[in-house]
Design a protein around this ligand. Structure first.
Ligand SMILES: [Zn+2]
Length: 611
């Protein structure tokens, strides 16, 4: 998912609120609720049934009224233990109260509470027995937006005919699809899916997979002719990726034999009248698919790649399997302005959809990768300097975003959150920090070794849910390195290292002393980082020498014998470390220092260590 600029502003505001609370109570410990003593960690749901398929039938009698009738059929197999009841997520806009429910063809009783629908079985179902659940229900949405399905009303004053008509779309991530159909909503599960939608004729309907058929349907409440749209995805994906978009779309085919990626259909859905503008903004889609296939060494995994510019969609983009929904704001600017958004959402079709984080504490495996692929696209199209500028952008944002509050904020990989949606906006951010973790690994292990290990990881885990250690194991197996310390210090603890660097050169002995002081909070939860900081010494004759500060302590100094006085010392000029390094350039001729492209104001908040 791509958060919108508006949403990031909200996130920043939320962060500043959290800081104010921290200042009032300097040592809150969010690992537990101080009133009850209860742990605040969120644990993955048990999976008593391995679901394999969902058929979601939706009948919308009038597209202008947010009311629907649904029939959902879930298929699966009981896993390791016998079961006497089945618990589904069914939060709905209000408790999803079935009209009828059956299991294996037999009617069952049910109970609804706290967003769950519990079906009571008359007989125990033994392990590995097949299960077919059918639930019929009505839903009426009090609000039009943000409750599983968004019903965006048409604007009668709009100039474009398509804007005068309504649009409807779904948003399933993180765990929101149960607001329009009952399901076992976990990224650990994988299902094939069908979405069958009946609406007034004249609207386009988009969902995952292939469009199997459109057939005439009986008129609804408006007595208008209606159409039944049957979409199906034969490949398994996580249930949060099931989607639906309905509206007066024009469809432009961006794929084709003359493009960089022949053989895959890439329909672009845009509100009627905006299709030419949209086609210009999304013209790079085939080039981006060719780039991603080449990088991942894995063919695009789904039947087609639709992108839908959807009025009423509040996020930047959502990578529903084979059917990405996108903000209308992506039409702003010159062609090319949306390329990184296209890359981000399409990269998720491999990293996120083909290989899915098992639980939301491992979200960085989805979002860090999608964000990193934006930078690799910049490298591919604009070269090394532009790539470094892209990494510098992300680094600046992490230096300011990730304030000095560790261990008060949950680490990027952490079960400490109150709602799955919160994990997308953490200060220890799965997007920016996740991307920089991947950048660091690639620079430290070597680009070719990292890229090859990534390809093996994808092949080994395709159609699976993964955790952070699955990625670590893949990198370790491919490179022979031990990455336990790397993953522990960059992913399992919050914050980033902040170092003050000093140098002194003795002209008589030609000895250079480099001193590094880690200024971030260091305490029993947060020992000093182990860092290898490259320093490039440049001499008057233009020659250079790479020096390395290897530090594992709060303060560290190193004396290095040189043949002559350097003119400059550049500290980590290739940005191989996710760290605030001050300064990044010593000019020994003038005595000046600078931060170069990573110039950014440091946060000033600090906390006393816990001994
Ligand atoms: Zn994303």
């Amino acid at each position: 998912m791509y958060l919108s600029p508006l949403h990031l502003l909200t996130a920043l505001f939320a962060c500043s609120t959290a800081l104010a609370q921290t200042a009032a109570d300097p040592r809150p410990d969010p690992r537990f609720d101080p009133t009850t003593g209860q742990s605040t960690q969120v644990w993955r749901k048990p999976m008593p049934i391995d679901y394999t398929h969902a058929t979601i039938e939706i009948d919308i009698p009038d597209v202008t009224i947010p009311v629907l009738t649904g029939l959902t059929t879930l298929r699966g197999d009981v896993t390791g233990l016998p079961i006497s009841r089945i618990v589904l997520d069914a939060s709905g806009p209000q408790p999803l109260e079935p009209l009828a429910a059956s299991v294996n063809g037999l009617p069952v009783t049910w109970k609804t509470a706290a967003g769950k629908l519990t079906l009571n079985l008359s007989d125990m179902l033994p392990p590995r027995s097949p299960v077919v659940i059918a639930i019929k229900y009505n839903l009426a949405y009090d609000k039009n937006e943000g409750e599983g399905l968004t019903f965006k009303a048409g604007d009668p004053e709009a100039e474009l005919e398509s804007r005068r008509s309504p649009f409807i779309h779904a948003q399933g991530q993180a765990e929101l699809n149960s607001r329009w159909f009952p399901l076992f909503d976990s990224p650990a599960d994988r299902i094939t899916s069908e979405v069958i939608t009946t609406v007034d004729s004249g609207y386009q309907v988009l969902s995952n997979g292939r469009l199997l058929s459109t057939t005439p349907a009986t008129p609804g409440s408006t007595q208008q002719p209606r159409t039944r749209w049957h979409w199906a995805l034969d490949n398994e994906h996580a249930p949060y990726l099931v989607t639906l978009a309905i509206g007066k779309f024009a469809i432009v085919e961006l794929g084709g034999d003359s493009t960089a990626r022949p053989g895959i259909s890439m329909p672009l859905y845009a509100p009627q009248g905006l299709e030419d503008q949209a086609a210009a903004m999304y013209a790079k889609t085939p080039d981006i698919m060719a780039f991603l296939e080449n990088y991942f060494d894995e063919p695009y995994p789904w039947p087609l790649y639709a992108q839908a510019l959807t009025p009423g969609f509040v996020w930047g983009g959502m990578e529903n399997t084979g059917a990405t929904l996108l903000t209308m704001r992506s039409l702003r600017g010159e062609p090319g302005a949306a390329d990184e958004l296209i890359v981000h959402e399409m990269a998720h079709q491999w990293i996120g959809n083909l290989v899915t984080c098992r639980h939301w504490d491992h979200l960085w495996l989805n979002e860090g990768w999608a964000t990193f692929m934006e930078s690799l696209w910049v490298q591919h199209t604009q070269g090394e300097d532009a790539y470094r500028a892209s990494i510098a952008d992300t680094l600046r944002s992490m230096i300011t975003r990730d304030a000095l509050t560790a261990p008060q904020t949950p680490a990027i990989v952490s079960k400490r959150y109150s709602n799955p949606d919160d994990t997308f906006e953490k200060k220890d951010n799965p997007y920016g920090k996740g991307s920089l973790v991947l950048h660091m690994l690639r620079e430290q292990l070597g680009r070719e070794a990292f890229d090859n290990a990534t390809r093996k990881y994808l092949k080994a885990n395709r159609n699976r849910a993964v955790e952070t250690d699955d990625f670590r194991f893949a990198l370790e197996a491919a490179t022979g390195q031990s990455l336990e310390r790397f993953f522990e210090q960059w992913l399992l603890r919050p914050g980033i290292p902040r170092l003050q660097l000093e140098q002194s050169f003795d002209a008589g002995s030609n000895l250079l002393t480099l001193k590094a002081t880690q200024t971030q909070l260091i305490d029993r939860f947060n020992p000093a980082y182990a860092l290898s900081i490259p320093v490039i010494a440049t001499f008057a004759d233009g020659s250079t020498r790479t020096l390395t500060i290897n530090t594992t302590t709060r303060e560290f100094s190193q004396v290095i014998a040189l043949s002559q006085r350097p003119t400059t010392l550049q500290v980590d000029p290739n940005l191989t470390l996710m760290a605030s390094l001050r300064p990044r350039l010593f000019d020994l001729t003038t005595g000046g220092t600078s931060l170069g492209e990573v110039e950014v104001e440091e946060p000033t908040e600090t906390l006393a260590p816990t001994n």
